[in-house]
Design a protein around this ligand. Structure first.
Ligand SMILES: [Ca+2]
Ligand SMILES: [Ca+2]
Ligand SMILES: [Ca+2]
Length: 401
């Protein structure tokens, strides 16, 4: 990442400098006062309704995987012939140590999802050799199946507050976008993977904390996005300013062979119901549909811990090594796991995602009709939210106020 060249800075600042927010007010340089960012994110923070069959799996902080610390990163090791030699935490007893400078500083922001050459002894190995090591985040250690993931979640979830990662930016016409990013520890659907980043865009009329209003909301699920304009009929709002997200859901492919379709895609929907054609592949009875029942736990906006995400290039990772995860190009889970959709003649997506800045939706609104690199506009008829909806288990589930 390029460092600012102070030597080349002009001795006399241009007159327009006065228009730029002072350092301290906008330290991340996105044109929005940092205090206003927090206030806007709190004011428009969504409330979530989980799918009833997902055992209450809710968005957690990245600390659930230990990602604030370089010591929690794992590597997949292959020998010179490309054969797998195992997976280990980088802090394990490699001789000599793996990535020593990185382990000392804690700054792992430059790590990538690639093979690095290592010569030495693997943990518990007798002899030294030459290996390829590829780093990644690991959830629940060597446990890599949905049953084990849920068990690990049940054992540890209470130690971590429900968390949302808001990220703000401005559109050219002054509208202000709050992306609310959610990290679910794993995805259990027709595809399976550890680490599941999901988001919506709440687009505001301005960045004024008192007068800003919601103009529209982009809801994202799978590789799709739907834009909703009208509160009350196309999407719901609680406590005047807090949009509701109905969290997906069970994937229905119509294939009797696809046993093990899981109940937790965590896609973000504006309404419960049966969402047709959430994926573009077609087999068995047709396109994959998703059942979003909206009958699980209700997680009100005020039960979330908010952690604002700056642009990754605005962070000095030597000073803030605990934010390395934002910039590191690592996968958020075991490299590849088994899923119900493995028998299909296509890639259903069993690899974990990377951090939000590498998501095609980062710093963008809406979708596209063509590009494979962007989200596609949802084209089927969407369900509408029930007119008489109220959160029905409002108090009982506030476990992390
Ligand atoms: Ca700012
Ligand atoms: Ca694992
Ligand atoms: Ca997902």
């Amino acid at each position: 990442m390029p460092k600012p060249n102070y030597a080349a800075a002009p001795a006399i600042l241009p007159a327009s400098f006065a228009l730029v927010p002072q350092e301290g007010n906008d330290r991340d340089g996105n044109g929005i006062d940092d205090k206003a960012e927090k206030r806007l994110a709190v004011k428009f923070c969504p409330s979530l309704v989980l799918h009833s069959k997902d055992f209450g799996v809710s968005p957690k902080p990245i600390e659930f995987l230990g990602a604030q610390s370089a010591a929690s990163i794992w590597v997949r090791v292959k020998n010179e012939r490309g054969e797998r030699s195992g997976e280990f935490p980088i802090a394990d007893c490699f001789d000599p140590p793996l990535f020593p400078a990185l382990q000392t500083s804690g700054n792992y922001s430059g790590l990538k999802n690639q093979n690095y050459l290592y010569f030495g002894r693997l943990p518990k190995a007798a002899k030294a050799g030459q290996y390829w090591v590829s780093p990644y985040h690991e959830y629940a250690g060597a446990a890599n199946t949905p049953a084990e993931w849920y068990r690990h979640y049940r054992q540890h979830a209470a130690n971590f507050p429900n968390t949302v990662y808001p990220h703000l930016f401005k559109l050219e016409d002054g509208k202000t976008v709050i992306q609310f990013w959610y990290f679910y520890p794993f995805n259990d659907f027709i595809n399976n993977h550890e680490g599941d980043w999901e988001h919506i865009n709440v687009v505001l009329s301005s960045d004024d904390t008192l007068s800003a209003e919601i103009v529209w909301i982009d809801y994202y699920f799978h590789y799709k996005v739907i834009r909703r304009w009208t509160a009350g009929s196309h999407y719901l709002v609680t406590d005047q300013t807090h949009p509701v997200i109905f969290v997906g859901g069970y994937g229905n492919s119509g294939c009797e062979l696809a046993l093990g379709n899981g109940p937790g895609s965590h896609g973000s929907y504006p309404a419960p119901g049966n969402w047709a054609k959430v994926e573009d592949y077609h087999f068995c009875a047709g396109y994959i549909a998703e059942e979003v029942d909206g009958a699980g736990l209700y997680l009100p906006h005020f039960s979330f811990d908010l952690q604002i995400l700056p642009n990754p290039e605005a962070v000095d990772y030597d000073l803030r090594p605990e934010l390395s995860w934002l910039n590191a190009e690592l996968l958020w889970g075991h490299k590849r796991v088994k899923s119900a959709g493995d028998w299909l003649p296509l890639n259903v997506g069993n690899s974990p995602p990377q951090s939000p800045p590498y998501n095609p939706g980062w710093n963008r609104v809406g979708g596209d009709r063509h590009s494979k690199k962007a989200y596609l506009w949802y084209s089927a008829k969407p369900p509408l939210p029930p007119a008489d909806w109220t959160p029905f288990n409002y108090i009982a589930v506030v476990t992390n106020p």
